[in-house]
Design a protein around this ligand. Structure first.
Ligand code: PEP
Length: 248
């Protein structure tokens, strides 16, 4: 079964609402490609203007974070139903910056994955190892454990609509990219893990992205690999280069 490619930008904490609208206009023609799902994951305050700005284009909107409760006394937080109502389709969960800077653990990440599906959002679940784990050679076990914990209680039908982003932490924002072979090795292992946890059709359906300094120069080689179905892109998603990645 052919999986549809998915190229998602993670804008992180980089654009004000007016800058976000300007970026949508700058990228509009560059990201045209009907064979690819193009997603802009944007800061919460940019969601409403970006949903408006991409109306009538091929771009889908994603969010970068939410809290697991639907509503109530959680000052400063945003819920999954709020995102859904605003026009959000995808949600990044388990990004290494949220794990490392904001202390999110796999218990919370698992709750977020389940809540996102309940609200009708498609999670982009991030996993990946530190440089120390890569050097120690234990990165595969680590990632397998992350996937197993993060998907506990998630059904096969839900996993068929899941996107998993393999993001080696040592390659995020560092300019250092995993080689296409290193990225493929882990993405293949993730697919095998899904086959073990669920079944072969679920593993065939789940889309797996690579993320970590993907750019216009290295995207085509990474995306040519059998188990790499797309990219999660930080820095290069804020530039015209993003269009080259979409069309790589
Ligand atoms: C990311 O943060 O998800 C990411 C992949 O960032 P960058 O492309 O800048 O390495």
């Amino acid at each position: 079964m052919a999986r549809r490619r998915i190229i998602a930008g993670n804008w992180k904490m980089n654009k004000t609402p007016s800058e976000a609208v300007a970026l949508c206009a700058e990228l509009k023609d560059l990201v045209k490609n009907d064979a690819v799902d193009v997603v802009y994951c944007v800061p919460a305050i940019d969601i409403v203007p970006v949903v408006e700005a991409v109306k009538g284009t091929n771009v889908h909107v994603g969010a970068e974070n939410f809290y697991i409760e639907d509503k109530g006394a959680f000052t400063g937080e945003i819920s999954a139903p709020m995102l859904k109502d605003a026009g959000v389709e995808y949600i990044i969960i388990g990004h290494s910056e949220r794990r490392d800077i904001f202390g999110e653990n796999d218990v919370l990440i698992n709750q977020k994955v389940k809540k996102a599906f309940e609200a009708g959002l498609k999670p982009i679940l991030c996993c990946g190892e530190s440089l120390a784990l890569r050097k120690a050679g234990t990165y595969q076990e680590w990632i397998k454990r992350q996937i197993t914990w993060d998907l506990s209680g998630v059904t096969a039908d839900q996993v068929k609509n899941l996107v998993i982003a393999y993001e080696p932490i040592w390659a995020i924002g560092t300019g250092e990219t995993a080689t296409a072979d290193q990225a493929e090795e882990v993405c293949k292992m993730i697919r095998e893990t899904i086959a073990e946890m669920y079944d072969a059709p679920t593993a065939e359906a789940v889309r797996i992205q690579y993320g970590g300094s993907m750019n216009a120069g290295n995207a085509a080689e990474l995306l040519s690999k059998a188990d790499i179905d797309g990219g999660l892109i930080g820095g290069a998603s804020l530039k015209p280069d993003f269009g080259k990645i979409v069309n790589a």
